[in-house]
Design a protein around this ligand. Structure first.
Ligand code: HEC
Length: 174
């Protein structure tokens, strides 16, 4: 993790250079606020964004597995389903924001995101919207303790994962 720390430390300098060059040689004005610097830092560090979105997907997968565990049991625990469905729904809503330009395969970072995400942004957003809808439905069904509706929404969520991965994620090497 040492290299990661080093990278983090260099980011503010890189961000400052970006902001300064944007001023095309003139002295940095007061307009270059902390917020500007932070925006530049985020854009300058695709690695952090990629890592955060992978963690978010891992969390979604973990919640999904927990729900599946309950659905496979003889007496599903709605408290566990609800807790995980709520987390899935919250994390699903973050997905669209985790794919800013510059965080694809040409970033040079380790990512399974395909360039198709930025080539067909409307389709990608629609694929993300399906996951958001399905996980919201799952959350609602879990709250209502409606097992049939939970199963339906769980199936929809699974289809949403597959639908997006088929088009927008690198195929797993076998
Ligand atoms: C809108 C598109 C989309 C949807 C919907 C989606 N994924 Fe993904 N998923 C991706 C992309 C793109 C990646 C690759 C991210 C990267 O490597 O930068 C990914 C990566 C992953 C990963 C690997 C994370 C890692 O450690 O690298 C897991 C696990 C995962 N998704 C699970 C799921 C599950 C489970 C669902 C459904 C509940 C789901 N995804 C729904 C697009 C999607």
């Amino acid at each position: 993790m040492a290299s990661k720390t080093a990278l983090r430390l260099t980011v503010p300098a890189a961000a400052l250079a970006l902001v300064l060059s944007a001023c095309s040689g003139s002295a940095p004005s007061d307009d270059a606020t902390q917020a500007d610097l932070e925006t530049a830092a985020a854009a300058a560090d695709p690695e952090d964004t990629i890592e955060a979105r992978e963690d978010n997907f891992k969390a979604i997968a973990k919640s999904m597995k927990a729900v599946k565990g309950q659905l496979d049991s003889d007496s599903p625990d709605f408290a566990v389903i609800s807790e995980n469905a709520a987390e899935m729904a919250a994390n699903a809503k973050k997905v669209p924001d985790f794919f800013p330009a510059g965080t694809g395969p040409d970033s040079g970072e380790d990512t399974e995101a395909l360039a198709t995400i930025w080539e067909r942004p409307e389709e990608f957003q629609a694929a993300a919207a399906k996951l958001i809808t399905a996980t919201d439905n799952l959350n609602t069904a879990a709250g209502a303790q409606d097992l049939a509706a939970v199963k339906t929404a769980f199936g929809e969520a699974g289809m949403a994962c597959k639908g997006c991965h088929d088009e927008f994620r690198m195929k797993k090497k076998d």
